[in-house]
Design a protein around this ligand. Structure first.
Ligand SMILES: [Cu+2]
Length: 446
């Protein structure tokens, strides 16, 4: 937890289980010697919001979500105020300020979040303190988390807390909103009036403009004793650039999601073991897939690429799809330097990038038909997963691995495999047999 103060959530990474409700919040707090760049809130609330399949996730995963549509938005697992009795509700004292940690735990949909009659002050995203901007509403893409401060500065009453889907064609997006209630402790009035409207769900300019305004607070304290801004990208030299295009293709009669026309194929031997014991041989071949362009035709493949240890990597994510995408890299934060629509060209570095105070975060959105550029400092040796956080895209192959190799065998940097490793992959029945065998030997010798 050394470098990542802030708001996150956890979920199982296999078998589509996130869609079955397998998730929960994580709060990582500052050490007491580090100053937080805002006064201590009266209380903190976790708000996990996401789209929800009506059907069992086990049914949905048989096609990886193809042919299925999410049709609800839930707030902390609860249905909307207007339809259910057990809706989500938070109690506030008049005049006090609260921290809401909002995560999009959904499968496919980006959301817009807002609170009736209340402003929000953005303070944190996924382990970084942001410049504090005041917002009427905020877009939260799949896998992302934000902290906002909300002050109970209105008349004693109850107010709607609302999230609506973006980029979903509905005549009335409010009709399927996630709706919770902000309850003033001294209120006798139920939430009323019309739901607060968000921006047009198809207004990319609004969303991108807001995304660009979310910047790193350079003077805020970090997990380390020095402040966040002491480590930034204004003077770095790139060692590598990847240009990764997320798309979808027909491969062997099935629709699969791809990166540069490669749909990830999970090998039966874990990559890390194959790397450690047999140099990948027979399991994967490193650096055989293109990292600047796409293969001429889509294929399945175990996509593993080299990352240069302690080098700066630029990744440009391109989104071929007509939906929002979001990308996540395990093991590192993204310095989010730029967003754009249409084609990315190297000139974007001088015309569009923000080198001064890009926010550092774990998950970044890519607009439909657009691109997003990030910088990553590869100071963490390992075999790291880079993936679409959109569950359908990820499950159907939109991922790859970056192998960051450090020849120094210092176990503090990377722990060696455990001694009982060979039991991995062995069936439980077989392990039981071995135990029975030792049990018999034990009694025979007695
Ligand atoms: Cu991760």
């Amino acid at each position: 937890m050394k470098d990542q103060i802030g708001s996150f959530f956890y979920f199982p990474s296999i078998n589509f289980q996130r869609a079955g409700g397998g998730f929960g919040p994580i709060r990582i707090n500052n050490g007491i010697v580090i100053n937080v760049p805002f006064p201590k809130p009266e209380n903190e609330f976790d708000l996990l919001i996401g789209d929800w399949y009506q059907q069992s996730y086990k049914d949905v995963r048989t096609t990886g979500g193809m042919g299925y549509f999410t049709d609800w938005l839930l707030m902390n697992g609860k249905g909307p105020f207007s339809l259910v009795q057990n809706y989500e509700s938070f109690t506030l004292s008049q005049g006090k300020t609260y921290r809401f940690r909002i995560s999009n735990v959904g499968n496919l949909w980006s959301i817009n979040f807002r609170i009736q009659n209340h402003k929000m002050v953005l303070v944190e995203t996924e382990g970084s303190y942001t410049n504090q901007i005041t917002l009427d509403s905020i877009d939260v893409h799949v896998g992302q988390s934000y902290s906002v401060l909300v002050t109970a500065d209105q008349n004693a009453s109850d107010y709607y807390i609302v999230a609506t889907p973006k980029w979903v064609n509905l005549s009335n997006p409010n009709a399927i909103a996630a709706i919770g209630v902000l309850h003033y402790e001294n209120s006798n009035t139920t939430a009323n009036g019309s739901l607060p409207n968000g921006p047009d769900p198809f207004d990319i300019d609004f969303s991108m403009c807001q995304a660009r305004s979310i910047r790193w607070n350079l003077t805020a304290g970090a997990a380390r004793p020095n402040h966040q801004g002491t480590f930034n990208v204004s003077n770095v030299t790139l060692s590598q650039t990847f240009v990764l295009r997320g798309s979808v293709s027909l491969i062997d009669d099935a629709f699969l999601y791809t990166v540069n026309n490669v749909s990830y194929k999970t090998p039966s031997t874990p990559l890390k073991l194959a790397d450690h014991f047999i140099n990948g041989s027979g399991v994967y071949q490193i650096d055989i897939f293109p990292i600047h362009s796409s293969l001429p035709a889509a294929i399945n493949g175990t996509f593993v690429v080299s990352g240069i240890h302690k080098g700066w990597l630029e990744i440009v994510f391109k989104n071929d799809l007509n939906v929002f995408d979001s990308w996540h890299l395990d093991g590192f934060g993204f310095f989010v330097v730029g967003f754009g629509l249409g084609d990315w060209t190297p000139e974007a570095r001088s015309t569009t990038y923000n080198f001064y105070d890009p926010v550092v975060r774990s998950t970044v959105q890519v607009y439909p038909g657009g691109w997003t550029a990030v910088y990553v400092y590869l100071d963490n040796p390992g075999m790291w997963n880079l993936r679409s956080q959109n569950l359908k895209h990820w499950y159907l192959g939109q991922e790859l691995y970056i192998r960051v190799y450090d020849p120094d065998p210092n176990p503090i940097k990377e722990r060696p495999p455990p001694d009982n490793l060979l039991f991995c992959g062995m069936s439980l029945a077989y392990i039981d047999l071995i135990l029975v065998y030792f049990y018999i030997i034990y009694w025979r010798d007695k």
